[in-house]
Structure formats: C-alpha cells, structure tokens
Design a binder for this molecule. Structure first.
Ligand code: ATR
Length: 277
C-alpha cells in the first residue's frame, strides 16, 4: 500500500519539497507519495493526529509550526530538543519522533566549501529559528568562536545562553559586526532580509569584508542575494542556501527510507522548479 509523506506549513503553496521527494520516491521505486498540507496553528494537533492515524511514514514541518509541534510528538531527539525546533518527523513503529535536519543540512552543504570548522572564527547574522539550528550544530564542530549579530541584541545573548555545548561566543549589534568583519573565516546570513520582494536590502554592509572570508546566505530565491553579490564583489567565496535546502531534504529522506539520495539530482530538481539558473 502506498505510504504517505507530507509537509505541514502555512503558507505551503511554494514549497519545493513535494516535487523533490516525489522524484526520489519514484527514482528508488518506493511506493510512497509526498503531499503539501496548509495547516493553521489551531489545527496542528488534529493534523498530527490525522497523519498518525493514517500511518504516514513521516513528514516535514515548516514555518510557522517548527516549535509548536514539539508537544504533539511522542519524542524529540537531543539536537532538535536543544534547538527547540523540529523540521522532520519519522513514524517509528507508531511513535512520531521529531528531528532537526536544518542545522546538519547546512553543515553538510558547507563541507564542499569549508571541510573543517574546527578552529575557525564564525559570525552568524540573525538570532531566529534558522540561526539557532545552525549555531547549535556548528557549536559541536569545535570552532574557535561563533559570534552572533542581531538587530535585537538580547535575542543573540539568549541564543548563546541556551546553547548546551561549550563554545566561545559574543553577541554583537549589527553595527559592531560591520566593523569587525575581517576577523571572521566564515559569515552566515540567516535573516529573511534580501528575499523577494525586498531584494535590494541587506542586513549589514560589507565594506570591511576580507576576501579570505567565506560568506553564506541561507536564502536561495533570489539565487544570489544583494548580500552575496556584494561579498562576491569583495572577492570572497560565496554560497547560497540551495545546498542547505537540498541537504536538509536528503537527511530527512534518509531518516524515512534508510537511503541517502543523490544530492546532485535533488539540486537539479529544485533548480528546475526555480526556473533554471
Ligand atoms: P527564522 O525562524 O526564519 O530564522 P525568525 O525566527 O522570525 O525567522 O527570525 C528572523 C531573524 O531576522 C531575526 O534575527 C530578526 O531580528 P530580530 O531578532 O531583531 O527580530 C531578523 N530580522 C528580521 N527583519 C529584520 C530587519 N529588517 N533588520 C534586521 N534584522 C531583521
């Protein structure tokens, strides 16, 4: 019988996950189908119960449900619990267990550009859910330091305080970060600034950026944000958010099926959905 997989979010119409995962299911001859469901906050518990009752193999969770879903699950793994957000749920013999593949997906995507994080100085821009997943994941890689710059500096401090792993970190204002950009080996932009329709905006100016620094943006639509465009003009190596998206999906697929899929195939699929780049 066909197994059901899903993504729950609101809005969900533009999600690239259904086409990406359905292509993998048919490529591997797995009798399964992945569907998007638009779910309001007040309906989330019913949606989770429904998927469980239907025997769904698993599902993804996206904005705005990544944190709210936790009490509705039967269990949550250690990393997802510390982050306080779940993006992947696996039906393990009738128990729904939550995982977070966003941070590990970012790290796997980064490896092709920067194989070793140990000893590196990192700056994370933003202190929301995505920053949290990335910060906690990087903290386990023994970087020299990971600083967090955020418009609301208190949120950066609370992120640092919440981190269960031992790591050297400071919270900075965006203006402070702008001044010391050259100190970092890696800068990761995690805010929504630069996304359509406000594509001309960027969280900080990059006048002080060194060309030795690797610069990432978790946005992939637009394919090159203004932030990445400026970083590239300064001679820095850049990476957009497509790898993170593809790898978080690959890690979810592996949890559901035991197969780690071909990420190049997934990337081509998403690029096709974006209209080719
Ligand atoms: P996500 O879960 O996708 O990371 P979020 O939790 O809403 O989204 O976090 C959004 C991040 O973008 C926050 O760091 C936010 O800064 P604040 O903590 O000060 O709100 C940042 N952000 C959003 N709009 C911003 C803006 N116009 N200028 C600077 N930072 C902004």
């Amino acid at each position: 019988m066909k197994k059901l997989f899903a993504v729950l979010g609101n809005p969900i119409g533009h999600s690239m996950s259904p086409v990406m995962h359905n292509d993998l299911f048919s490529f591997f001859n797995i009798d399964a189908h992945y569907l998007p469901f638009q779910v309001q906050k007040e309906d989330l518990l019913d949606a989770v119960k429904g998927l469980k009752a239907l025997g769904a193999g698993g599902f993804n969770v996206t904005i705005p449900h990544k944190s709210n879903i936790i009490p509705f699950l039967d269990g949550v793994d250690e990393l997802a619990a510390s982050i306080g957000a779940v993006n992947t749920v696996v039906n393990e013999d009738g128990c729904l267990i939550g995982y977070n593949t966003d941070g590990p997906g970012f790290l796997k995507g980064l490896h092709a550009y920067l194989p070793v994080i140990k000893g590196k100085k990192v700056l994370v821009l933003g202190a929301g859910g995505a920053a949290r997943a990335i910060y906690f994941t990087l903290a386990k890689e023994e970087p020299q330091a990971v600083d967090i710059a955020n418009r609301t500096i208190e949120k950066a401090w609370s992120l640092i305080k919440d981190c269960p792993y031992s790591i050297s970190s400071s919270a900075l204002s965006l203006a402070e970060a702008e001044k010391k950009l050259a100190d970092y080996d890696l800068i990761i932009q995690t805010t929504m600034i630069g996304m359509s329709p406000k594509i001309a905006e960027q969280p900080i100016y990059l006048d002080n950026l060194s060309k030795q620094t690797m610069v990432c943006d978790i946005i992939y639509n637009p394919f090159e944000t203004q932030f990445l465009h400026d970083a590239s003009k300064k001679g820095a190596r850049i990476q957009n958010g497509l790898d993170m998206f593809v790898y978080q999906g690959a890690l979810a697929f592996e949890k559901w099926t035991g197969i780690f899929p071909d990420v190049e195939r997934m990337r081509e699929n998403v690029l096709g959905q974006l209209g080719g780049k």
